[in-house]
Design a protein around this ligand. Structure first.
Ligand code: PEP
Ligand code: MN
Length: 279
């Protein structure tokens, strides 16, 4: 395990040297890691054009500028919905062009990386792929921000080393995402490690956002953990929402409905102020 003293030699590019300012990652006209609290929200999976445009309206009415949505869904069961793949990318790009919303979507392998990059603004590396070093190297060669989720059982050191793989290839636009880790506790889907937020900010200059949806697996817990994440110093949140969560093809149980999301964004404005952030 690295100590604070050797973090600079351990994390050659992601490590915070003393006095190193926070890195800001530019996504379109948005800056992740600056004063703004950046909210990304949308469905777990892209399901249809109607669904995406409904979500776009919800985001726009809450002043949110970044939409999430998976076209490629790495699921625990091979029998579960795997995403619309190329058709999903096409729909994301359509929303992006028609609404001006920025898109974050998951890339699951090197062979689809260029196609995903051409339809999105942030490339998401999912928890299951955090250790996929050939994919990380590939994304390091692209000049596109990468949202690097913490692996399901990854230590903070392993997570920051995954960031090093991307940065070593020349791409410094890495946003870290705490999304919960596997523990012995079955009441929640994962245990959201909020202590990782201030800790990673000590160790690294990279921006850190929090995913309270996968971090808890329960929509009832998402508002409280979103607010806690902001107070812990997160630079942003990535939240699953769905026009009708009980009809969602994936992760409906952890998705907020439009009313819940609009209520949360209002509360987050006040919490952001307390945390010295702008929303
Ligand atoms: C997702 O964001 O939908 C997802 C699959 O997340 P994770 O990789 O954190 O499980
Ligand atoms: Mn999901």
């Amino acid at each position: 395990m690295s100590t604070a003293v050797d973090q600079v030699t351990t994390f050659k590019l992601a490590g915070r040297k003393s006095g190193h300012p926070n890195t800001r990652v530019q996504v379109g006209e948005i800056m992740v890691g600056g004063a703004d609290l950046v909210i990304m929200a949308g469905p777990c999976a892209v399901e249809s054009e109607d669904q995406l445009f409904e979500v776009a309206e919800i985001l726009i009415s809450s002043g949110i500028r970044i939409m999430r949505g998976g076209a490629y869904k790495p699921r625990t069961s091979p029998y579960s919905f795997q995403g619309l793949a190329e058709q999903g990318l096409y729909l994301l790009n359509k929303v992006r062009c028609k609404t001006g919303l920025l898109i974050v979507t998951e890339v699951i392998d090197s062979c689809s990386a260029a196609a995903v990059a051409s339809c999105s603004d942030i490339l998401q590396v999912g928890s299951r792929n955090m250790h996929n070093y050939s994919l990380l190297r590939e994304l390091g060669k692209l000049q596109k921000p990468v949202l690097l989720k913490r692996g399901i059982s990854a230590t903070i050191e392993e997570w920051l080393m995954a960031a090093e793989y991307i940065m070593k290839e020349g791409n410094n636009s890495v946003i870290l995402c705490e999304r919960g880790i596997r523990t012995f506790e079955p009441y929640t889907r994962n245990t959201l490690d909020l202590s990782a937020v201030p800790l990673v900010k000590e160790l690294s200059h990279l921006p850190v956002i929090v995913d309270p949806s996968h971090g808890t697996g329960k929509c009832s817990l998402v508002p409280a953990m979103s607010k806690a994440a902001v107070i812990a110093g997160a630079d942003g949140l990535i939240i699953e929402i769905h026009p009708c969560p009980r009809e969602a093809l994936s992760d409906g149980q952890q998705s907020l409905d439009p009313c819940q999301f609009s209520a949360l964004t209002k509360e987050l404005k006040a919490v952001a102020r307390v945390a010295g952030r702008i929303l």
